[in-house]
Design a protein around this ligand. Structure first.
Ligand code: EPU
Length: 422
């Protein structure tokens, strides 16, 4: 296991380029098995989850080259429609291969319930029920899910929860549907809009992406031209930088960001004494005085405050003045970073889905354990602001979603080492 050793406290200064979005890159790579020709996808983050997705693509029979944040993919020799358990267990997003494989072969098998960070139960009932509404037969046996159909039928699907994964899976399965599939109460996350943008370049006919009604008009076949696509910037990685500056102080310019994707966190930080300027693809942030707490933050579906930033924002407000209250409404078990922050001297009490943060002057470095991706990033942020040395154990979780995090923050003046942990 990897370990990150952070020598705090850091003051973050300088400019940094934000990487491409994990949660857009993963479905886009999955969708690329449908392309008629070669696809070239740029701004792909070099993170563990992308490497795992590429392993699955190669297993299925695709030819994939991944260099300098660019994937060149040729799916003409794809021959398999089964995702074996060792791959399914690696990531939650392995479930998206179901939709893409159904469009490709009208058959798909996932040999295990999809893995991913343990932040809640994370069922896939909405995916399965939606598939059935599309006329797809779904069999579940011994944790294995098998799907097949003759044709995906046009239908209207209402999602009781605007699930990101279920919305993506329905879109992927419906590309060649008979007539039109309409998703009501669809998730509106920018990563879904990016996936649809990519699929439309391939020749799909999708309207309404980014809104709560998405319409997929079935096409007979996709275009035969080569497609080039650039993945959108990662708003969660960008938000983590903002939380780090809020926690540590300093002055940073984030480049390659879409500020409008970050409205909810920018609003909170602006009301907490951070100075912020938004330019077209840049955000400038400066924090001099102590961060001011006293906010009530509730996680929500986009454009609400993202659950993926709940943990990093917790670390920032752990050292703010006053009491900050955070309510987590999306996942049932997403406060695993709190006991670790408490070890560092934070004063945080969790009751059910609410964390009450009584800001302290300083955190102290110590040995802490990452338990999931964003919780790990929160400990990293806490380590940057803390006095002394913080060892973040099991940093492999962080590597799932942040590209060489220690190198990036070193460019902003932080002192961090990476070691193989015991
Ligand atoms: N849900 C169900 N049934 C389903 C699907 C979802 O009950 O069939 C519930 C979930 O248990 C959860 C809620 O609906 O309580 C929302 O889940 P959603 O399906 O929207 O999440 P996801 O697709 O599993 C994606 C991201 C997560 C991010 C969430 C919410 C990817 C690969 N993952 O997960 O990202 O937290 O949306 O925005 O896109 C991360 O990057 O660290 C991460 C966990």
């Amino acid at each position: 296991m990897q370990k990150l050793i952070i020598y705090g406290p850091a003051k973050l200064m300088g400019e940094i380029e934000v990487e491409g979005a994990k949660n857009a890159a993963l479905p886009i790579l999955t969708a690329s098995i449908l392309a008629q020709n070669k696809v070239i996808i740029t701004n792909i983050p070099d993170i563990a989850d992308v490497r795992h997705t590429i392993e699955i693509l190669k297993y299925l029979g695709c030819k994939v080259l991944f260099e300098n944040n660019t994937v060149v993919l040729d799916s003409s020799s794809i021959e398999r429609f089964t995702i074996p358990p060792e791959y399914a267990k690696l990531m939650r997003s392995s479930v998206l291969f179901m939709g893409a494989l159904l469009s490709k072969f009208r058959r798909a098998e996932l040999s295990n319930h999809p893995g991913g960070c343990e932040i809640g139960q994370r069922p896939i009932d909405l995916h399965i029920s939606a598939f059935r509404q599309l006329g797809i037969e779904v069999f579940e046996h011994n944790n294995r899910i098998m799907c097949r159909c003759d044709k995906v039928k046009g239908s209207e699907i209402f999602l009781p929860i605007p699930s990101v994964g279920a919305t993506e899976n329905i879109i992927l399965a419906s590309i060649f549907c008979d007539g039109e599939v309409v998703i009501k109460n669809a998730a509106k996350e920018p990563e879904i809009a990016d996936l649809c943008h990519f699929l439309n370049k391939l020749g799909a006919k999708i309207r309404g992406a980014g809104t709560h009604i998405i319409k997929i008009e079935g096409v007979k076949r996709l275009k035969s031209e080569e497609v080039v696509h650039k993945v959108i910037p990662d708003r969660i990685v960008a938000g983590t930088y903002l939380c780090a500056v809020a926690a540590c102080g300093g002055e940073v310019v984030l480049k390659n960001v879409f500020p409008r994707h970050l409205d909810s966190i920018l609003h909170i930080l602006k009301s907490s004494v951070c100075k912020i300027k938004e330019l077209k693809n840049e955000i400038w942030i400066k924090r001099e005085e102590r961060l001011k707490g006293g906010q009530r933050i509730t996680t929500h579906y986009y454009p609400g405050f993202p659950t993926d930033l709940q943990a990093p924002v917790c670390s920032a407000f752990a050292v703010a003045s006053g009491v900050t209250i955070i309510k987590e409404t999306i996942f049932e078990n997403r406060f695993k970073h709190v006991p670790e922050l408490v070890k560092m001297g934070a004063d945080i009490h969790v009751e059910k889905d609410i964390a009450m943060i009584n800001g302290v002057e300083k955190l102290r470095g110590c040995k802490v354990f990452a338990r999931d991706l964003r919780g790990g990033a929160a400990l990293f942020v806490a380590g940057l602001s803390a006095q002394g040395v913080t060892e973040v154990m099991d940093a492999d979780y962080i590597d799932r979603g942040y590209e060489r995090i220690e190198e990036k923050y070193s460019l902003l003046g932080a002192k961090i080492l990476r070691e193989k942990g015991e």
